[in-house]
Design a protein around this ligand. Sequence first.
Ligand code: FES
Length: 145
Amino acid sequence: MDRKQFLKTCGLGCLGSIAAVSLLNSCSSARSMNSSIDGDNLVVPTSDFGNETHGFRKFIVVNNDLLKFPICVFRHTADSYSALWMECTHMGAELQVFGDTLQCPAHGSEFSDRGVVRNGPADRALRSFPISIEMNLIKISLKKQ
Ligand code: FES
């Protein structure tokens, strides 16, 4: 291997390392957590989304053993959140979340961070839950509407 080829190989190796670190960092900003149910509400501390100093997560996936599917909670602003049932409205597969999009691994439907269909075959919005914020706690009402 000559000098030029050696430098080219090392450069590509460094780029690969940087890409891998960036990918790991983006994964660490996502968060999945178990949350408690208090009465009719699933309760999530606002601090779980981060803070001014370290930045805010765009979403958290919340689980509870009593729930058949997780709920994805998106933070839009300090006092605006969406809580979306992660069951695809097409045929009921569990959705995956990437950035501001929920995607279905079964047939490719996509939903926005407010539950609106972006791409079919699903043709109905996701189930969403009313939210109230009290004492830095996000309360997601699980009451049937
Ligand atoms: S079950 Fe989600 S697109 Fe079909």
